[in-house]
Design a protein around this ligand. Sequence first.
Ligand code: CO
Length: 207
Amino acid sequence: MKNLRKLFDQNAEWAGKIREEDPSFFERLSKEQTPEYLWIGCSDSRVPGNQIVGLEPGELFVHRNVANLVIHTDLNCLSAMQFAVEILRVKHVIICGHYGCGGVNAALQNQDLGLITNWLRHIQDIVYEKCDELEKITDDKARCDRLCELNVIQQVMNAGRTTVVQDAWKRGQELTVHGWIYSLRNGALMDLGVCVRNADEMQNIWK
Ligand code: CO
């Protein structure tokens, strides 16, 4: 008897249903992937990239970590970006945060959660940078939500400054970095209006 039987049963049901609707689906996908989008999102189980934007397997290349951070020295994220941009030639890099992010809230509250506290220090850098704006917001939830937005904007900036994206732009490769945020409360996705298509547009991110 397999462990986690339920998940294997659900897999058989899922794969069977797809094969029924489209018999060559898996054979086709097993040969190659040609996604147009790289999704950099939060690991939060409530924010499943593919489902949120209604894309099928093969359509969205995904990297997720706690609080959707793009850190200059994070080889994991940088490698996913490089593979997506240089090999798969995605046209869009989507940084998607979400309101009510536990990682962002922990950073804001200065909670000690062990090892991950070090990771979340990157968000505290934003709190420090934007403390004037954040201090003016009296409601705790609203302050956290604003920090969730500011975090996405900072990560768009970070992504745009990676050698991966900079080199793509230098080559003349069509590549746009987007900053989006998702609401857990109603499932709605919002564009934060910070998309950048070239090095010049990077200047105007923090309006
Ligand atoms: Co989160």
